[in-house]
Write a protein that binds this ligand. Structure first.
Ligand code: NAP
Length: 320
């Protein structure tokens, strides 16, 4: 494995809004900063057509905001590398070694993990084709684009039921399509959904295909999980909530996390591993928005500066 001579102060893993903001602040704080992103920088912004809830931008294309954030991060000196982080490990001196799939090795005394999470996909025809044109994984991000429409939410857990309820603010009607005839969601959320006149449950059905026209989704092809019968459900959009997995598997040390694997941090965004920080969707928190991601990232980058200063002071005391 090629050893890269990398005198970085901090390595940011992931180039979504949290990663780009962390890199911008770290660079501005005169830290030698490396950001590693596997694809184009922007993360989930690149899967979002239009953004209307990022303060200061009433209406901006996801890719346009991604480009602006990338340029802004680079302006203050952050180095961006396209590669996939394979592992983040702590070394004996308390610093970190980051290994990538292109077999590069980078070292820094602090790492900010902003690797986001991955919504579980249905894996059916039409899902990829209509992503951003009627297929969504975030009600808060995209719900407002479906005013007066008939929508489907897939799933029967807390996320599906809660987000279906949220979507009725905009939609004329929301079908909750669930593969069984009983919800997994908590009683209180179930009660709320059942008493919402805009919500109708479609039991024992799985989505076989998402169909549409060039402008977007128009219907779902469903299969009855009991009888096997095929039917069609006309909808203007489908929101999929069948689970979400934080991308924390790269961290090869035990860290404190919740039952779903989200990283627990303190108020400085530091995880239970000293020097390992987290920001954005990988972190335990109430909501996962662009604004919360950049807020986390701001705190994390400034906390890294303080952490490194304290580490230098301790090293100086130890040496004297
Ligand atoms: P979840 O609880 O795992 O529920 C996933 C749902 O998707 C289940 O109903 C499951 O069906 C269904 N499903 C899974 N794979 C599917 C497939 N391929 N096709 C169709 N349906 C499929 O996930 P979640 O709702 O995202 O919640 C994750 C965690 O976050 C939970 O612990 C939840 O309590 C928590 N959460 C809490 C709140 C809140 O308290 N307000 C809000 C959101 C999330 P089955 O039921 O048949 O397995």
């Amino acid at each position: 494995m090629a050893e890269t001579n990398s005198p970085y102060d901090v390595i940011v893993v992931g180039g979504g809004p949290a990663g780009l903001c962390a890199a911008m602040y770290a660079g501005r704080g005169m830290l030698k900063t490396l950001l590693i992103e596997r694809g184009l920088p922007g993360g989930e912004l690149l899967n979002t057509e239009v953004i209307e809830d990022y303060i200061g931008f009433e209406h901006i294309l996801g890719r346009e905001l991604a480009e602006k954030m990338t340029k802004h991060a680079q302006k203050f000196g952050a180095e961006l590398v396209t590669d996939t982080v394979a592992t983040v490990e702590r070394e004996a001196d308390g610093g970190f070694v980051v290994r990538t799939e292109l077999e590069k090795t980078y070292r820094a005394p602090a790492v900010i993990v902003t690797a986001g999470g991955t919504p579980t996909k249905l894996g059916v025809p039409g899902e990829k084709e209509y992503a951003g044109r009627g297929v969504s994984y975030c009600a808060v991000c995209d719900g407002a684009f479906f005013k007066g429409e008939v929508l489907a939410v897939v799933g029967g857990g807390d996320a599906a039921v809660e987000e279906a309820d949220y979507l009725t603010r905009y939609a004329a009607k929301v079908y909750i399509v669930h593969r069984r005839d009983q919800l997994r969601a908590s009683a209180i959320l179930q009660q709320r959904a059942r008493s919402n006149p805009k919500i109708e449950f479609v039991w024992n059905q799985v989505v076989e295909e998402i169909e549409g026209e060039p402008r977007g989704v128009t219907r779902l092809r469903l299969r009855d999980t009991v009888s096997g019968a095929i039917s069609t459900l006309p909808v203007g959009g489908v929101f999929v909530f069948i689970g979400f997995r934080p991308n924390t598997g790269i961290v090869r040390e035990h860290f404190e996390h919740d039952a779903q694997g989200y990283m627990v941090t303190d108020s400085n965004m530091m995880s239970s591993i000293p020097g390992l920080f987290a920001a954005g969707d990988v972190r335990v928190q109430l909501t996962r928005q662009i604004t919360t991601a950049v807020g986390d990232a701001t705190t994390a980058a400034i906390a890294v500066e303080k952490y490194l200063a304290e580490r230098r002071e301790q090293a100086a005391v130890g040496a004297s």
